[in-house]
Design a protein around this ligand. Structure first.
Ligand SMILES: Nc1ccn([C@@H]2O[C@H](COP(=O)(O)OP(=O)(O)OP(=O)(O)O)[C@@H](O)[C@H]2O)c(=O)n1
Ligand SMILES: C[C@](O)(CO)[C@H](O)COP(=O)(O)O
Length: 238
């Protein structure tokens, strides 16, 4: 089987969450978010190695959290100025034997082991990139000028999907996409918000697979409360 490596991003500060420590170390049911994510990656049974991006000053905290949650080989690398730069540092730290790369966010701590297996299987079947997505439930407007802005137009909802992580790629494709992306991005504003965007920019197809409610992103304390409810309802299944 091709060797599978994961870049688990945990180097964000969590400004929108507003905690006094990095968001990846915030506790959900007494366990850091990054530990929840790592334990589900390990439980999938298809991951061979993990590199975790961590904020400067917190590498040891993140290492302790991840190694307490999973028994895979783990390396920690300092993150960059943007998520894109952090992922690039993670990719560079994976061993060269890795043929399939998953990029996952510690901010999505409950993405299931079954989802991980589905994504890896999709890439092993021969496609370059597979990402989880869910339908958009709100009506989405493109905004025009003004403060507050005006609604410029309504996007066709049936053509929209919200995408999640983990995102899975053939390693050579992701490495090439990040090299090309690094030449374009100068800072947090010019960086892309997901890795699939870099593959799309190469003109390669990114395949959508069914995502899941459990893979919600923890952005604010409200999301943490929802994750807690999901854990209660899942009766240990997540
Ligand atoms: N320079 C960065 C920025 C983000 N991330 C990671 O990318 C994921 C998605 O980012 P987000 O949810 O936006 O987290 P933060 O950047 O921490 O949040 P905020 O934008 O509110 O500060 C998170 O797991 C985060 O740790 C990272 O590794 N390096
Ligand atoms: C990668 C991601 O989780 C896919 O939805 C998302 O784009 C991260 O965005 P953020 O702005 O860094 O939270």
């Amino acid at each position: 089987m091709p060797r599978v490596g994961v870049v688990l991003t945990a180097a964000g500060s969590g400004q929108r969450f507003g905690a006094d420590l990095p968001k990846a170390l915030v506790l959900l049911r007494g366990r850091p978010l990054v530990a929840h994510a790592a334990s589900r990656l390990a439980a999938s049974g298809v991951v061979d190695e993990i590199v975790v991006t961590a904020p400067a000053g917190f590498l040891e905290h993140v290492h302790a959290a991840v190694t307490s949650a999973c028994d895979l080989p783990v390396r920690i690398v300092a993150g960059g100025v943007s998520r894109q730069a952090s992922v690039a540092a993670g990719i560079a730290t994976l061993t060269s034997a890795v043929e399939v790369i998953l990029v996952h966010d510690a901010a999505r701590p409950l993405a299931s082991a079954a989802l991980v297996r589905r994504l890896v299987a999709a890439v092993q079947s021969g496609i370059d990139a597979a990402i989880p997505s869910v339908p958009v439930v709100d009506t989405v407007k493109e905004i025009g000028p003004g403060d507050p802005p005006v609604a410029a137009r309504t996007l066709e909802r049936s053509q929209l999907r919200a995408v999640q992580t983990p995102q899975a790629f053939r390693a050579a494709v992701l490495r090439r996409a990040h090299e090309a992306g690094a030449a374009r991005a100068r800072d947090e504003v010019t960086a892309v918000s997901d890795d699939a965007g870099l593959v799309e920019a190469l003109g390669l197809p990114v395949h959508l697979v069914d995502g899941e409610a459990a893979a919600l992103k923890i952005t604010t304390p409200h999301d943490l409360a929802i994750a807690d409810i999901l854990l209660s309802e899942s009766d240990g299944a997540l």
